[in-house]
Design a protein around this ligand. Structure first.
Ligand code: PEP
Ligand code: MG
Length: 457
């Protein structure tokens, strides 16, 4: 019979197994740092476009810090965390350009147009002139959008819409300005990545404090750790065997309820940082009511510890949940009685409703946020929250893509959160929309049961 680690009684053997495990961890870290050294340090990548097979969120951060100009991958999908992070950091990225790695050679000059999925290798004078003109036209369009950026987003039929921003790295705080109505999602997991130790309470306190300071009195939604799946962690944070199906494994709140101390340290840092701000604690990957209750118990324990340690903190905060698992969307009418707000994570919700791995390029063409099943569930959650008068936001990528803005407004959404670069254009679109005029189109779309292109224009 196969014995598990816990079954091993012999103390000597158990200790040796721990040594071996530690050695494996060190070896893996060494190999990883070698790989990184090869890719990023041997050739300087400043002002260069990186062509690679695949890329992790960690690599995107390294490229951003090394001032790389862009990334082209032969595999990967647009809904992966690497792609989301690159958008947020304004690092142009094209995924699933299968032949790129063979065709593009070191030193080639490239034109990269991610919006239209175009790459031109060694462009001639006419192509260069044409794309420079497009670039300057785009810049003027962005400038014209910016003029309305600081105005409130109110639709033509006078509905006030909140437009908040998603943050990934604490250094992005400098991108925060008056154009957003607060932070709708701070993906705190990046504080835990690209390092071998855990961020301390003090370190997290400082990172979160910076955000509160910058947004003045607007809401700041700090999401508790959502590590796992394609958001890789260092070896010292891994638990158990390598998950066979990471997206269905120990992710989000499941990990936090397993590593309770880690969760409490994070909550303590959040509560301390929020002393003068409007804190909204957002819990990822909630599937059951029991998880909400357990998370709240841990928040209470964290508060008790702060009192004991005589540290001052905010007693006023809201607790909300991500709706990104179909079970919580279906049960939203029950769960909403136990939380202050909800936020729909369409990136994961689409993946789990349709059983399409969001990072698997082989099925990327089937990843469809307008699938009738997705729209029905999104509508159900929005209506439930609107009826119960609790805040509902969409913070998945759908919120920041202009092709979905009117669709979401038509479904009754009045709060969007997106990467900061998307705010000017989406705000403009909201201000040009009359949601009443959308009603009949939306009803027709919701009745649409076949796979066809759904647009609201
Ligand atoms: C989502 O799932 O839509 C979401 C916002 O969370 P993440 O992309 O970090 O998984
Ligand atoms: Mg998610």
């Amino acid at each position: 019979m196969k014995k598990s680690f816990e079954d091993i009684e012999d103390k000597y053997i158990k200790e040796r197994l721990i040594d071996i495990k530690q050695m494996i961890i060190s070896l893996l870290e060494l190999l990883r740092s070698r790989k990184k050294l090869d890719i990023f340090s041997n050739n300087t990548i400043e002002n260069k476009i990186i062509i690679t097979d695949e890329i992790t969120p960690k690599d995107i951060i390294d490229i951003h810090h090394s001032k790389g100009l862009g990334v082209i991958t032969s595999h990967g999908s647009r809904s992966s965390h690497s792609a989301i992070l690159s958008k947020s950091l304004a690092l142009p990225m094209l995924v699933k350009v299968e032949s790129s790695i063979n065709i593009i050679k070191d030193g080639d000059k490239l034109i990269m147009d991610p919006e239209n999925q175009i790459i031109i290798i060694n462009p001639d004078e006419i192509e260069l002139k044409y794309f420079k003109k497009i670039q300057s036209e785009n810049n003027s369009l962005i400038k014209s959008f910016r003029k309305t950026t600081n105005k409130k987003a109110i639709t033509k039929d006078r509905i006030k819409v909140d437009v908040m921003c998603n943050l990934e790295l604490s250094e992005e705080v400098k991108l925060l300005n008056d154009s957003s109505d607060g932070v709708g999602l701070f993906r705190t997991e990046y504080l835990y990545m690209n390092r071998n130790d855990l961020p301390t309470e003090q370190e997290q306190y400082q990172a979160y404090s910076k955000v509160f300071k910058k947004v003045n009195n607007k809401p700041v939604t700090l999401r508790t750790l959502d590590i796992g799946s394609d958001k890789e962690v260092s070896e010292n944070m891994k638990v158990g065997q390598v998950a066979k199906n990471p997206a269905l494994g120990l992710r989000g709140i499941r990990y936090s309820l397993y590593e309770k101390n880690l969760f409490k340290v994070q909550i303590k840092a959040m509560l301390r940082a929020a002393k003068k701000g409007k804190l909204r604690i957002l819990i990822p990957m909630i599937t059951t009511l029991d998880e909400i209750k357990k998370a709240k118990e841990l928040i209470d324990e964290a508060k008790a510890e702060l009192i004991k340690e005589k540290k001052s903190f905010s007693h006023k905060y809201e607790v909300g949940i991500m709706i990104e698992v179909p079970a919580s969307a279906i049960q939203s009418n029950v769960l909403c009685k136990h939380v202050d707000f909800m936020s729909i994570g369409t990136n994961d919700l689409v993946q789990y409703i349709l059983a399409i791995d969001r990072i698997d390029d082989e099925v990327a063409s089937l990843y469809d946020p307008t699938n009738p099943a997705v729209l029905q569930l999104v509508k159900q959650v929005i209506q439930t929250c609107n009826k119960s008068k609790i805040d509902i936001t969409v913070c998945g990528e759908m919120a920041g893509e202009k092709i979905y803005t009117k669709l979401l407004l038509g479904l009754g959404l009045t709060s969007f959160s997106m990467h900061p670069q998307a705010i000017p254009e989406i705000k403009n679109l909201i201000m040009q929309t009359d949601t009443k005029a959308l009603k009949s189109k939306i009803n027709a779309i919701l009745k649409c049961n076949d796979y066809e292109e759904i647009t609201v224009d």
